[in-house]
Design a protein around this ligand. Structure first.
Ligand code: PHE
Length: 357
């Protein structure tokens, strides 16, 4: 019996999986197993022998059973450890969502416009959104009493009584970047300045924060003709059409002289906008020749240099190009809207790759 015990306990200890254990169980204590065969021999024994051997055989059976149970749970533990090692996961890694986000139409259109002007030699300039009233107004030939200050529904930053720092505003347009760029780079210069601007206004076509792109080109002999060509090239490239009609309407801005507002020919037939055909005109930007006082504020000699500037509403041309009816939806952060109007993150607009695919 000791041989039997040694044989099975050793075999159980060495078993590698559940199947091997089950085989051992059948061999040892199954109905026709070795222990069962021994138990059958009890019948041939004397009652005295049987009284000794019976309990011993039962004890052996119990011992083998518990050895199998113990080994089985040890094997399960090992399997679990193995699985945990294999499925180890670094939860501090950045998440990767199943649905990638989309590029907001404002970002998309800003990239598109930037690509078009980069192709014409314009670099990108930037300025602060919190601007001194000198840069936002005075330097642009808008003195303190000028009605344009009131017209622009300016947000002023709070100042405590006795604070003698210059007044600051949330810039009402990107034109102050003209001054900053001229001061920083001098002439000649060719830049665009995309960015956020702020005015206290809110309805279907106005939000208190919106986006403009400023354009500025200064050289020795730049004229309105250059402005017209640049804008025509821009509009054709942006709306991805071969032909456009532009209409220059005489207008007034304190920082340009002469000034012109620019409309593009379009049709609204069937409620959808088509650029380049039809009998309607749509205003898209303000422009003009940079006022000598503005050149002076930018430390550029108006007797030696001249140039044009323009200011374009990004949100507005985004609505036009992509058929977005309500400006306010741009800033609602509604996921369904973003999925509908957003752009694939990897489709970076380039002129050669196609702006808007
Ligand atoms: N700054 C003007 C506006 O916000 C636009 C403009 C820019 C007009 C440059 C002329 C030249 O309305």
């Amino acid at each position: 019996m000791d041989d039997l015990r040694d044989k099975y306990l050793t075999a159980i200890a060495g078993a590698n999986d559940e199947a091997a254990l089950e085989d051992l169980r059948v061999q040892a204590i199954g109905k026709k197993g070795e222990v069962a065969l021994k138990m059958r021999e009890l019948g041939k024994m004397t009652p005295e022998e049987r009284q000794i051997m019976g309990p011993k055989l039962n004890a052996l059976k119990d011992e083998i059973t518990s050895a199998i149970v113990a080994k089985k749970s040890a094997l399960e533990d090992a399997a679990l450890d193995e699985r945990l090692r294999g499925e180890w996961l670094d939860v501090t890694l950045p998440g990767r969502t199943r649905r990638p986000g989309t590029i907001h139409p404002i970002s998309q259109v800003t990239e598109e416009v930037t690509a078009i002007f980069a192709d014409m030699g314009f670099a990108v300039a930037e300025g602060p959104q919190i601007e001194s009233d000198w840069y936002n107004f005075d330097a642009l030939n808008i003195p303190g009493h000028h009605p344009a200050r009131a017209e622009m529904d300016t947000f002023y930053l709070h100042r405590d009584a006795g604070d003698d720092r210059p007044p600051h505003v949330l810039r009402t347009h990107t034109s102050p970047v003209q001054i900053r760029a001229m001061q920083a780079q001098g002439a000649p210069i060719r830049v665009i300045a995309p960015g956020r601007v702020y005015r206290a206004d809110y309805d279907q076509t106005h939000t208190p924060m919106f986006h403009q792109i400023e354009g500025l080109a200064i050289d020795r002999d730049i004229s309105m003709a250059n402005l017209k060509w640049v804008l025509e090239e821009f509009v054709k490239a942006f709306f991805e059409v071969d032909h456009v009609d532009l209409r220059f309407r005489a207008s007034h801005f304190p920082f340009t002289e002469p000034s012109a507002e620019v409309d593009i020919r379009c049709s609204w037939e069937g409620g959808t906008l088509k650029v380049g055909e039809g009998d309607d005109w749509l205003e898209i930007l303000g422009s003009g020749m940079v006022h000598p006082k503005v050149l002076q504020a930018g430390n550029i000699d108006p007797n030696a240099w001249q140039g044009f500037a323009f200011g374009l509403g990004i949100d507005r041309i985004a609505m036009l190009k992509y058929g977005i009816p309500d400006l306010r939806a741009f800033f609602d952060s509604d996921l369904r809207w973003l999925r509908h109007y957003g752009f694939a993150a990897l489709d970076v607009p380039t002129l050669h790759g196609g702006l808007s695919r």
